[in-house]
Design a protein around this ligand. Structure first.
Ligand code: SD4
Length: 344
């Protein structure tokens, strides 16, 4: 964990000066002063981002690489069987198959993705292998599974008893009605919502980190819309839609109904708006406004949220509907949850 005393002392002494050992945590300065960069830092979508950020921080606080931080961070919800949104325990498609989407991107513009991958608990790590071990960016379905097995990943049953029960309940009506902010409803362990099985529909963790070297990486991983058509792919594994990193400018990720994000190439748009000088929050807001403008009637009924960070370590979010939250972990605070602003 970060040494707070050392940090306070160093910041007070240097009073904004950056003349400290390059690898020292004392280089981490509070944001808000011109020229200062808030790093290392990690942000991620929804309340469940707190636990994911904590594991990412283990890497970042030891001067590790942001790529390792985001991979390890999102392992937490991927492995959590109580999180019916990501990885193991995720809700299945309408045929009862858990199909996972994930992508990862580093500071050099390298990226990898898996689409509709079955039977592998950590799709983000398969996405990273696609990035590092193949000349390709995306692998889908059986091909992605075959590649994962060749890389030594273990084949597992990802459909838990709870998710199977919910799916069977859903089959009784088989209605497809996305519920707004379902991630938080599912995650609220203190007050679990007793939603009928046909209401669990969308879930994702998107994470962006900047390491002590100032390099940005991102990861996005999901079981997608619950009870989707078999083979349906959302925004989450699509570079530019569910995630985009440009190490000169910043990074963005999205959550919510992926179809609307894909239509607007949402995360790429957010990064390009930051390039034009928008703050992270304003860039996310503009991306949301494009979705609303294009399909105002659809937008009233769905949730889409964007989360972004720029090269100064400033961050912000904006969503169509109220209730979108995100988690922040930096040198000042490790378990911050922020309610993002929204249009409605
Ligand atoms: C998808 N964007 O598959 C994902 C789901 C999601 O919050 O993010 N839900 O469309």
């Amino acid at each position: 964990m970060f040494n707070r005393r050392k940090f306070i002392k160093a910041s007070a002494l240097s009073a904004g000066l950056l003349a400290v050992n390059k690898n020292s945590i004392a280089e981490v300065l509070p944001k808000g002063k011109s020229g200062n960069i808030n790093k290392p830092i990690v942000i991620s979508t929804w309340d469940f981002g707190v636990a994911a950020n904590a594991d990412a921080w283990k890497v970042l606080s030891k001067n590790g690489r942001s790529l390792d931080a985001v991979e390890q961070g999102v392992w937490v919800p991927e492995a959590d069987e109580n999180n019916q949104s990501v990885g193991y325990g995720g809700l299945p498609d309408r045929d009862g198959k858990v199909t996972l989407d994930a992508c990862i991107m580093d500071e050099l513009g390298n990226c990898g993705a898996v689409l509709a991958l079955e039977h592998i608990k950590h799709p983000i790590s398969v996405a990273r292998k696609v990035m590092e071990k193949t000349p390709h960016v995306m692998l889908a379905g059986d091909g992605a599974l075959q590649f994962a097995l060749e890389q030594g990943f273990k084949k597992e049953n990802l459909l838990t008893a709870k998710s199977e029960k919910d799916w069977k309940e859903w089959l009784k009506t088989a209605k497809y009605e996305p519920v707004i902010n379902i991630e938080n409803k599912l995650y609220d362990k203190a007050a679990p919502q007793k939603l009928p099985g046909n209401q669990y529909n969308h879930d994702t963790i998107g994470m962006i980190a900047m390491d002590a070297q100032g390099n940005l990486s991102g990861a996005c991983t999901t079981s997608g819309m619950a009870y989707k058509l078999h083979g349906r792919i959302g925004d989450s594994p699509i570079i530019g839609a569910g995630l985009y990193i440009d190490n000169e400018i910043g990074g963005a990720t999205s959550t919510g109904v992926g179809e609307e994000v894909v239509r607007n190439v949402g995360s790429f748009l957010v990064v390009e708006l930051m390039r034009q000088g928008y703050t992270p929050e304003d860039a996310c807001k503009e991306a949301v406004m494009r979705i609303i403008k294009k399909k105002p009637e659809t937008a009233k009924k769905i949730q889409v949220g964007f989360l972004a960070m720029n090269k100064k370590g400033e961050y912000g979010a904006y969503a169509i509907q109220q209730g979108f939250s995100y988690a922040v972990c930096d040198s000042q605070k490790q378990d911050l949850v922020i309610k993002g602003k929204s249009y409605y």
